[in-house]
Design a protein around this ligand. Sequence first.
Ligand code: ZN
Length: 260
Amino acid sequence: MIIQQITKAIEEWAPLAYQESYDNCGLLTGDSTHEVKGVLLSLDCTEEVVEEAIALGANMIIAHHPIVFSGLKKITGATYIERTIIKAIKNDIAIYALHTNLDNVLHGVNSKICDLLNLQNKRILQSKKGLGNVGSGMIGELKAPAETHSFLQAVKSTFAAGSLRHTAVLKDKVLKIAVCGGSGSFLLKDAIAQGADVFITSDFKYHQFFDSENRIVIADIGHYEAEKFTKELICEFLREKFPTFALHLSKINTNPVNYL
Ligand SMILES: [Zn+2]
């Protein structure tokens, strides 16, 4: 099996054309015609993850977040990004990123979050013009109304969040839930407009919490926590496509945020 065969299958699922304009998905290092000995799946690609791949004998890393995002002008090892790239290239390891293209497809990152919350009738929160079932965030309903505080507690424990920051609880019970893995504040208006009781996402800033306007409960569970199941999602997809292939889930917690 060569790298190209894996990336082709992935791109049929999450086409590169669906990534946001600022993004940098696809093969970031490596030669697509090389044979794959093993694949390591991770949310982030860091130096430690490259070391993990070396130890496992895996020569391809598939990560959600692109390690090269806004371009590199020098590769001297001055930053963790440069060091990660140098280590990968020296060890002949291909790095592949599927980021907002996987966020934007129907059976992608947000679908996985919905499933973890047992949401029904899940649909895209903000569709891309002309692309129907492609777009950002998702919304769905719980099987039955849940008491707000216990629901938030359950969310915290499902995602093993170090903290859950939320705006005021407005009603005793909630039913309609909007979600967005990663930084979701740009979707708050859509979540409110579609009548969500709670919006589960991450990276909300202080002033953005005010924008809930007492119409929705914003629940910020942390970026890593919201997206950490993405590696399982990619693994499930690849396992079905290539049942006998060596796939490894990274055991490294790449969350740069710690909680006291
Ligand atoms: Zn993310």
